[in-house]
Design a protein around this ligand. Sequence first.
Ligand SMILES: Nc1nc2c(c(=O)[nH]1)N[C@H]1C(S)=C(S)[C@@H](COP(=O)(O)O)O[C@H]1N2
Ligand SMILES: [Mo]
Length: 599
Amino acid sequence: MATEDRPTPEQLPAPAASNITPQALASFREELDTREHDVVDDTWAGSMPAQNGVPPRVRIGRTKWFSLLWLIPIGFVLLVIGIAVAKELREVPAVAQFVERHPGTVVPEGAEGVAGFPAWVGWQHFFNMLLLIPIIRSGLSILADHPRLYWTRHSTPGREWFRMQKPVPTDPLYTAKQDSITLPNGVGLPSRRHSIGLARWWHLGMNTLWLLNGLIFYILVFATGHWLRLVPTSWEVFPNAVSVMIQYLSLDWPTDNSWVAYNSLQVIAYFLTVFVAAPLAFLTGLGMSPALSTKFRRISSVFSIQFARSVHFLVLTWFLLFIVMHVTLVITTDALHNFNMMYANRNDADSWHGFWIFAASLVVLTVVWVAVTPFTYRHPRLVQRIGYALIGPVQRLFEHIDSKPGQYTEKDISPYLWHNGKYPETQEYKDHYENNFADYRLRVSGLVENPMELDLKQLRELPYHEQITQHFCIQGWSGVAKWGGISMQTVVDLVQPKPEAKWVVFYSFAEGSDEGIYYDAQPIEQMSYHLTMLAYDMNGEALPYGHGAPLRLRNEVQLGFKLVKWIKGIEFVEHFSELGGGEGGYNNDHEFFGYRQSI
Ligand SMILES: Nc1nc2c(c(=O)[nH]1)N[C@H]1C(S)=C(S)[C@@H](COP(=O)(O)O)O[C@H]1N2
Ligand SMILES: [Mo]
């Protein structure tokens, strides 16, 4: 046949319009980075260079900032003045009489019968210290990832009450990730900038053990009568505590009767630490969970995540002050006797038994302190696995919470929502953007009956879904926005997942911080939750570039990093282990985050 007999493409009719094209069958998985990352070195997390913060400061009034370093000289001066005043006071007859009448210790009825320190007290005390080291250090690393504290859910720059970072730059696309700071080695766990994924495994994992230790302590304390030492049982405790304070400050210390009962200042301090601060740490920790905050809307609309985060930090300062005071007083008041009581259950002030056990425990604590960071850098996957084994069941449990919309109204919308992540830089995306996404097609593929491609017009013709919800970034900032688009259930209804489909993968136009495109996998159950949607509008306008144009995910039981922006495709799969690094998402593969992040 002669060539001129062949039809040109224009002479042929186009195939009937259909959403099912050959492209619609393809997955984006070949664009993922499939390397195994199993050490934390300089190239990790997009080779972020170290960045130091500034000494912590607190805002006074609207724009004045007070450096907390001043507290060192101020505290010293106050201490000297306090000592001088207390010494003077003790010369005053009325005060001398007061001290005589309230010598410092109230011995509750029955305390004599349970005097001494059984072995479990010593062990619990040791485990408590052991666990608090990684808990406090990893907590500081979490704070360093967003080194600002606020009182309201709007994390508006300039409105924070505390910061360890310079003021937020005016660049409108400045990201929270850029805002993270490095901590001095040996302080954070780990101290490297933006190591929050690993810090969280340490923090949440060790917290479960710490709470377990605390629960056992509560039970034993009340089962044995040891509680008589920790709970004030008469109003006499208060004047006695004042008396102890005066005696300590005047450097003429009260007589010690710790074998039977602590002095009143100790009782109050221990009571506050064990029965107020520790439970508050737990509750404020839960207050930072997106799933719980969206569920318990009454509580969370008064006590927001930022309130919880700020109080959580204040509890930490209490713990740190307590530890400093406690250790100072234990060592300066009859140290050998104290060591004997706590570590050897002996009421003797001269032998070295308790001291040696204390010294041995100190060796263990020091080794742990020094080893945890290098261990974490060498075996980050192991830290991720062990952390997940410890806290994963709870994260899984909270994922079942399918909250109703309506928690917030227009007036709750935040004036500023931080940006995060790496912006799309590919030519493909830029072309779409220039072209106002006219050629954009959302590709939905994988284990579905009807794979399809949908353009923005088709997406906008589907039933409209709107919600005003709060965003919880893993780094700690939050904010409320109104999202408009389609419910994920609508997509599920259109494409009809096959029974084997268990996970839904969202692919982005944007690369992650290293190589390969950003992606995240989520359980298929959550696709039918009330608050799981694809947004193409934000706060009443088309979704802007920085927040994920043309399409982004919202799934309000999860932390922000799972809410993929600049979505180009969705794939239904059997399990995420087939994809990328196999951990269920870009940050899980590269920065050791977790794939269930309801807390
Ligand atoms: N493609 C892509 N999506 C992403 C990220 C990213 O780096 N790449 N960052 C995530 C993180 S960590 C957060 S907190 C939210 C931030 O959304 P926002 O910038 O709209 O506030 O987007 C998420 N989606
Ligand atoms: Mo985030």
